[in-house]
Design a protein around this ligand. Sequence first.
Ligand SMILES: Nc1ncnc2c1ncn2[C@@H]1O[C@H](COP(=O)(O)OP(=O)(O)OP(=O)(O)O)[C@@H](O)[C@H]1O
Ligand SMILES: [Mg+2]
Length: 454
Amino acid sequence: MSTILVVDDEKGIREVLQDVLGDEGHRVIAVEDGFRALEILEEGIADLVILDVWLPNMGGIDVLKRIRERWPEIEVVVISGHANINMAVQAVKIGAFDFLEKPLSLEKTITVVENALKMEELKRENRSLKQSLLFEDEMIGSGAGMKAVRELIEQSADSEARILILGENGTGKELVAREIHRRSSRAQAPFVEVNCASIPETLIESELFGHEKGAFTDAHARRKGKFELAHGGTLFLDEIADMSLNTQAKVLRVLQEMKFERIGSEKSISVDVRVIAATNKNIQEEIRAGRFREDLYFRINVIPIHVPPLRERIDDLPALIEYFMGKFNRSGEAPQRQFSADSLQLLRTYSWPGNIRELKNFVERINIMSEETVISADSVRRFLTSRTDWEKDELLKGFESMKLNEAKDEFEREFLVKKLDENEQNITRTSRALGITPSHLHNKIKKHGIEIKK
Ligand SMILES: Nc1ncnc2c1ncn2[C@@H]1O[C@H](COP(=O)(O)OP(=O)(O)OP(=O)(O)O)[C@@H](O)[C@H]1O
Ligand SMILES: [Mg+2]
């Protein structure tokens, strides 16, 4: 069912269109002037506009221009009388889909409306196709870790089961969620994402459930919430552990009943939505600390999918690098650049705290910044995001296999030797630099068997 906005100052026309299009199964909202029409569009509920070019107050052409600017995805069909047919032609030139001449032929009206709606759908499909081609990555990786993830996606996609995706930052949780949606029977319906961490606490309920005009100070117009927008499709609740307990209680209720109210309204809205949630937090820990409701956890965690960090699937690294190199290779530049063997080795030992996102950014950066055809280990060191992390990694390398006490002792010994060297083996000065007493320093020198070079 589409919602069609009819804008005409003639009552007769409004009524006819309401009847005819209503019979065709559409919802029709009819208003008499341009200002009111723009208000309705602001609410985001109209799919198509039928607009009289000759309107009081704001003229139809001006309204059309505003719609083209602000809502390029909405088609506009104009109506004109015989006397101002040239305005209708002008309207088509500036982007109206088609025009209808008064007196309206019902048959023609229905055909034009159906065509316009079809056009919108095509445009929408085209856009989402383009978007997925341009921005969305393929899921790369064939090692055991990703294989397990793929299998789970395969098994769960077509069920209606709720899924909880767990994994560190940048491991590809959102990519997994989109893949599940794409392989589900809901693929043609919307995939709607809500990032629970980035929306202020005061706005999240309106974001999720929508609001009526005037429900609160800033609610200038009615607005649909994400649950409503995802009707028939998938709602992706990202960073779900960052939701306040208060919001968690409300979301729990919706998940139990699949019903909710817009803020400022008593009317219940029922929706058919599949929920996929994700978090990079340790959710068990959040539950223990009382920050996440256990009952909500059970509701969302029907099938858990753990996306492993890159360091635990480092065998996927070459394939990922090749994929991103292809993506970021400056166009027309051939042959594609390569990483040297030792630079690849270096990348394998790095811990990748930002996971695939960090790798992707790194490859993009190195493609822009480095001129080498074979990228050296030196460049890799230079362009790796968190050089500090890298250096920390290097620093800690010698300690990796030790127990904490061993590591502490080892560090203390190295540190004392260095400080003694810096202070020419002078005990008083060294102890001052270390912030301990000379006798304390003596004890430590003895403990570690450090030789004082005199
Ligand atoms: N297996 C993969 N193959 C190719 N690209 C990937 C893969 N996994 C993730 N990416 C890309 O890495 C980036 C980060 O992925 P995504 O946003 O899905 O991670 P996330 O787990 O949701 O991160 P965050 O916890 O920060 O929200 C995206 O650009 C995504 O396309
Ligand atoms: Mg994410």
